[in-house]
Design a protein. Structure first.
Lengths: 214, 209
């Protein structure tokens, strides 16, 4: 690859990046925003993290994360309990938003990462990798598991005066999931993945887009 | 050197550098050869979208605060909680940290976000060129903090899931929660619609002359 020119997403400044890349963060010379991070081994680490995340996600959703007991009556809640009750009360907007932000989108995120990184780890690029990356990019801001964890903590404090709160099996899995997702988020950088996709496109193994004029 | 001055732009999805066709400088658009996304030199109608969505969020924010977030049904009767009454409850019962978290997430953050977005739109419209870095930081802040306002919606949902004892006691979501959800979604969309490159344009045009 010839002289590598990068355009800053925040301020539109062009900067030339000398090759080969050295590990670390590349900053925009104008505004100081991160252009990209070069981290050898990112794909391997991210792959490992998404396998762990998938397991923890399944555990989290299968077991109840909190139980609540008042005068001998007890209730269990897992991630879809509230969705079900909201749906029964015909609060459809709340039900859909809750289901999307805490179950569907986080799962899609983890699942897409696995589908992408699994083959990448073995040196292949999936044919639909560009589409997968586009979906991943679009849904990421709407995954709110970390916010949900804070919501759980606030609810515990709110309910602790009304009855007995029993942390469920999945609360620990959930807390670990948040840690793993936070770590994955901190090392995630789309640039090396897009470069692999580009290599794959040049070799004709990955979906290409015909250049069109507007 | 700005990319736009060289007829270049970066793909909003994969950050690929893209050449714009030269024909019509007002309506340039290109397709990213790597991911097929449509690329524009600047997000289209960025200020209009941001302003419209921010104003919409202000409208939604009023019922979100006035209407109850949830109704608590017990054998003693029904009690309705708004955001502010929840915060006051926590402060009165001595849970200062939780009261503070709820206050920051549900009242401080949305208002701050709306004010920042209004200020940024205003500063770009008036062609302000001072403090670009500070304004960029404000923009990045709105992007990061926006989702945390969902905390209150989640708290209501978890309470609904756990306090569900049939006729004995149960919790129901109020209309305020729906409006609050809309506030969060709309402010997130407003922040996404804003193009931070507009902040830097006046400073760089100044240098170019």
């Amino acid at each position: 690859m010839e002289a590598h020119i990068v355009c800053c997403h925040e301020c539109d400044e062009l900067s030339t990046i000398p090759r080969p890349l050295r590990p670390g963060r590349y900053k925009c010379p104008n505004c100081g925003h991160t252009l990209f991070r070069h981290r050898p081994g990112m794909i391997e680490k991210l792959y490992a993290m998404s396998v762990a995340a998938l397991i923890l996600f399944l555990v989290t959703n299968y077991f109840p994360f909190l139980s609540f007991e008042v005068f001998g009556n007890s209730t269990d809640a897992n991630f879809t309990t509230a969705v079900q009750y909201l749906y029964e009360e015909q609060d459809y907007l709340l039900a859909v938003a809750l289901l999307m932000t805490t179950v569907v989108i986080p799962f899609a995120q983890i699942f897409l990462l696995l589908l992408l990184l699994g083959p990448l780890y073995h040196g292949r690029v999936p044919y639909y990798a560009p589409e997968m990356m586009k979906v991943l990019e679009a849904i990421t801001p709407w995954a709110m598991l970390d916010v949900f964890l804070v919501g759980v903590l606030v609810s515990i404090v709110k309910l602790v005066k009304m009855g007995t709160i029993i942390p469920g099996t999945s609360l620990w899995a959930f807390a670990s999931l948040i840690l793993i997702l936070a770590y994955a988020q901190s090392i995630y950088d789309p640039h090396p993945i897009w470069e692999k996709i580009e290599e794959g496109q040049n070799e004709g193994r990955v979906k290409r887009y015909v250049e069109r004029d507007a | 050197m700005r990319a736009i001055d060289r007829n270049l732009g970066s793909c909003p999805v994969c950050h690929q550098l893209v050449h714009f066709p030269k024909r019509d400088p007002e309506h340039v658009a290109a397709y990213c050869p790597r991911c097929g996304s449509e690329v524009f030199p600047r997000k289209r109608s960025s200020l209009e979208y941001t302003l419209a969505l921010t104003l919409a969020s202000i409208v939604f924010y009023i019922p979100a605060n006035l209407l109850p977030m949830m109704h608590v049904h017990t054998f003693a009767g029904t009690q309705s909680d708004t955001i502010m009454s929840g915060v006051i409850y926590f402060l009165e019962t001595g849970s200062y940290l939780i009261g503070f978290v709820i206050f920051v997430a549900s009242i401080f953050v949305p208002v701050l976000k709306m004010l920042i977005l209004l200020y940024l739109v205003h500063s770009v419209r008036t062609g302000k060129s001072r403090f670009p870095k500070e304004r960029q930081r404000l923009y990045l802040l709105t992007e990061i903090i926006g989702r945390w306002s969902m905390v209150d919606v989640f708290v209501v949902s978890i309470m609904i899931a756990l306090v569900h004892f049939g006729g004995l006691s149960s919790i129901e979501a109020g209309t305020g929660a729906v409006f609050f959800l809309l506030v969060v979604i709309v402010t997130m969309l407003a922040a996404m619609a804003f193009d931070p490159r507009l902040i830097w344009d006046p400073t760089k045009e100044h240098h170019a002359h």
